[in-house]
Design a protein around this ligand. Structure first.
Ligand SMILES: [Zn+2]
Length: 166
């Protein structure tokens, strides 16, 4: 029996969205204590643009003023890093920073999690996965399909780990 492909597609979308919501709420439950700092950076021509967390930016500015003998150097930032190509961490303390992924970043993060085993009880991993899920419906269908496969992996882990540990 042939069904209208458009109906099939929209049905699939609904259940896919439910699955994604389920995975998102699972991930956000992982550790509510994780609230990444928005990134800051040193406004200077001489150093590569490194992001810092709110706790480390002042010291980084001081350091740059000293290194470059330029007391007028200041910091900038304080907003979510848009379109990041990778996970963003503080250049000093390596704490996670607030970011969203660009298309290339989304693809490389997907590849990473497709090929690695991961622990969804690790808050940092959860945060990374959440950023990937945000890319659903934003770009293209093959990426969406890969995100859904990852979602299955995430939801499967929840069920799997509960069975194993009990
Ligand atoms: Zn820091």
């Amino acid at each position: 029996m042939k069904e209208n492909p458009i109906t099939l597609l929209s049905n699939a979308k609904d259940s896919d969205l439910l699955k994604i919501n389920e995975a998102q709420s699972l991930l956000s439950d992982c550790d509510p204590s994780i609230s990444p700092s928005v990134p800051y950076f040193v406004l200077s021509d001489d150093i590569a643009r490194t992001s810092y967390c709110v706790d480390c930016i002042d010291a980084a500015v001081e350091q740059a003023r000293e290194d470059e003998k330029e007391p007028s150097i200041v910091s900038s930032g304080g907003w979510t890093a848009e379109e990041s190509s990778d996970i963003e961490v503080c250049g000093t303390c390596k704490k996670l920073l607030d970011y969203t992924l660009c298309d290339t970043g989304l693809e490389s993060e997907l590849s990473h999690f497709e090929n690695e085993t991961f622990d969804i009880n690790d808050p940092r991993i959860c945060y990374q996965l959440e950023r990937i899920l945000e890319g659903y419906n934003e770009w293209n269908e093959s990426i969406d399909a890969r995100i859904l496969t990852l979602v299955d992996k995430i939801l499967g882990k929840k069920n799997g780990s509960e069975e194993k540990e009990s």
